[in-house]
Design a protein around this ligand. Structure first.
Ligand SMILES: [Zn+2]
Length: 186
């Protein structure tokens, strides 16, 4: 981050401080751990160093703070990206609004790029918003995540079983061909 903040801007930054181990992210991690789902953190070789990476599920979980990632943000040049009328955690600061507007737009563009790159690499991307982890919604959000992970796992297993069956069939064909040519040689 190369922006130089005015004291006022710095105040906004400090009150929305973005750290690696934010509370929302910790909530998700503790939940996954409790349910026996193993993860890696801030994996460097993936686009945007995703927060939580579940290799077994080929899934990346992004835990987004509503302010920095512009939950429900829209502007003149930037139509609404994330439909969520219930998010009250995002509000553009009243002073230096242009500055913040540009900043949040940049963050959203970066998020979209990361999302596209990860998807193109074949990763499932699951975004959880800070406001979805508030006490009233937490259970729903996290159980939904768990259900999705189970579905992904079943789908992956299905694909793998299909692949093995094909491989086996190929092997049998090869064996048949071999025995055929051996018969001919005799
Ligand atoms: Zn939100």
């Amino acid at each position: 981050m190369t922006d130089i903040f005015t004291p006022e801007q710095r105040h906004v930054v400090m009150s929305h401080i973005r750290s690696k181990d934010t509370r929302p992210e910790m909530l998700v991690r503790r939940f996954l751990h409790r349910h026996g789902v193993r993860y890696s953190l801030h994996v460097k070789y993936l686009p945007g160093r995703p927060d939580i990476v579940l290799r077994k599920y080929h899934t990346v979980i992004l835990v987004n703070g509503c302010f920095w990632h512009g939950h429900g943000f829209s502007s003149k040049d930037f139509p609404l990206q994330h439909e969520n009328p219930h998010c009250n955690l995002f509000r553009l600061p009243r002073s230096h609004t242009d500055f913040w507007e540009k900043k949040i737009e940049r963050n959203i563009s970066r998020d979209e790029k990361q999302h596209k790159e990860l998807t193109a690499m074949g990763w499932n991307v699951f975004t959880i918003w800070e406001c979805q982890l508030r006490p009233a919604e937490r259970e729903n959000t996290l159980m939904g995540l768990l259900r999705t992970l189970n579905l992904i796992l079943m789908k992956n297993l299905g694909v793998r079983m299909g692949y093995n069956a094909e491989e086996e069939e190929e092997g049998m064909m090869r064996a048949a061909e071999n025995s055929f040519s051996e018969e001919n040689e005799e």
